[in-house]
Write a protein that binds this ligand. Sequence first.
Ligand code: TYD
Ligand code: MG
Length: 455
Amino acid sequence: MARAPAFACTACGAVHAKWSGRCEACGAWNTLVEDVPMTHRAPARGSGAPRGRRTMALSDLGADEPPPPRERSGIAEFDRVLGGGLVRGSAILLGGDPGIGKSTLLLQAGAAFARAGLAALYVSGEEATAQIRLRAQRLGLTDAPLRLGAETALDTVLSTLDAERPDLAVIDSVQTMWLEGIGAAPGSVAQVRAVAQEAVAFAKRRGTAVILVGHVTKEGQIAGPMVVEHLVDCVLYFEGERGHQFRLLRAVKNRFGPTGEIGVFEMTGTGLAEVPNPSALFLSERGQPAPGAAVFAGIEGTRPMLAELQALVAPSGLSQPRRTVVGLDPGRLAMILAVLEARCGIPFAGLDVFLNVAGGLRIAEPAADLAVAAALLSAREDVALPSDMVFFGEIGLSGALRPVAQAENRLKEAAKLGFTSAVAPPRSAAAAVPGIAVRETPDLAGLVGDMFGAG
Ligand code: TYD
Ligand code: MG
């Protein structure tokens, strides 16, 4: 037997023999907690045929594998993120901050699947059935044939599922469920991992699609969904900024579909509403053209998405001027500022810089570089950019613009929303998009000269 691990990291799930203040695997601080070794229901190894006698079935690369059948909820944003619908027998983790709307989303999705003819069951370890019914009333779901249960003992949940044989079971949440025989509290690494293992094994055994809810918290006491991520087939994250009504459902892992795919929802008084045209939503609050605002033609997953970047540049009284970024990588801002200074001779020393993505969207694409630079220059020069212009392109350290993927889709989306010109890297206009004039710009100095007549 291998030595029993004694401490697990709640952030990444790595196990360590000794406690330390910092997880050596992921570098997080204060995340190691005592872990109970997995003795619970471990499969009896070597109890079958004599070792070395069993062989496995082999097949060819070219063998015909039919795609797994998909069940659709009819909530298009949800089905698309799953990769075109729910796969029977798959295990899915839905992670997200507490209060972001995970229970609401899954109650709506569960009801939609039930209406579509699937036997669906929603088990809550967090709320009483009366509470869930109240929510269902508010969401207008009371007529859906979705079965409800309130329970925290996973053994009881799984026995019930065994008897009911549903097509879909939602378990809300993995942190409230517990298994007997694990000497640890619900929400601990040991419990969360064991609960997830049992639930995933059940999904595979019975062909029931199981959706596990996992809260993401930064506190060390509660095991983050990271512990569960490698056990499941599909990991979805539900995210959004507090104070903003829109929510993004993002697939970060999917054995049955593409990752990076997103679904956009809006939290309303009557639950989550699909947002079929997110660009329009993110640009809806745009007023008169103001200095510092630039529209980025982005791509999230497979969908084009336009967003407004806003920059503010002001003289600083601080010896270390402020660099405040919301919705973008601060490292990227630092790089763009350095390139503007080194390659275009435009210094930002002595100036505070604030950068924000309107609407609370988070952008991870390097393709946003050019829009960031345009917003910064516009703010610094106090000159508004044309209101019908979009930007995209990655900036290299030399100041050169690199082409980015899906230029055509970006341009099409911009044209659809009434934009008439785009500033983009070379070779972006290979396929002309009607209604939009593309100014191909080789480098950042070109942008500066083009837009502001300086350089
Ligand atoms: P919830 O689904 O309970 O979040 P989670 O399961 O991720 O913890 O969502 C809770 C929030 O959603 C709560 O702040 C209220 C809000 N909400 C609405 O705005 N409209 C609604 O119709 C519902 C049901 C919830
Ligand atoms: Mg909840």
